[in-house]
Design a protein around this ligand. Sequence first.
Ligand code: GAR
Length: 191
Amino acid sequence: MSVKKIAILFSGSGTNLENLLEKLHLKEFGKIKIEVSATICNNPNAKGIQRSQKYGIEPTIIDHKEYKTREEFDAKLLDEIRKSGAELTVLAGFMRFLTPVFTKNIKAINLHPSLLPLFKGGHAIEDSFKSNMKVGGITVHYVNEELDGGTIIAQKCFEKTDNMSMKKYEKNIHKLEYELLPEVVISLLTK
Ligand code: GAR
């Protein structure tokens, strides 16, 4: 049995973080066992901190406001991820731009709440809801230096009906996120 370590980065509510911990942490998949060896957060007030503690993992807080440049912040992230021994880093609601200091050194995937390349950026749910598209969806992609621009690994979508409320739309997005992100992590680690 080989243990595959992952790091999870988050910034806020942390429901995807919790979903990953629930479904993957110390669970076996064929010949591998997944261990979440670090959870890292840039926001000292994030709700996700308690979610991580619930699973016995004390998150490392790296407050971006304490760093003069993005590169210095990224170097600290890099350091923590390397120390954790994680071979894959998962951005689950991590709301920071990353520089090549991070992207050139870390194998990372990101969850984004739209069908990329449409609706990049921090307002993807609202922007895609307001658009005239008849489907909504989500993407998991590799992280590179272009915001939400790395190679797409997997996507899922649902039908956006005419009378669908924003609340229902958002709920559908999160439901798909909770299915797809763990599936992708397992598939990358068992390849
Ligand atoms: C998720 O919907 C995720 O797709 C989105 O933030 C939310 C985090 O929720 N990420 C982005 O918008 C990245 N550009 P959570 O903190 O409850 O997991």
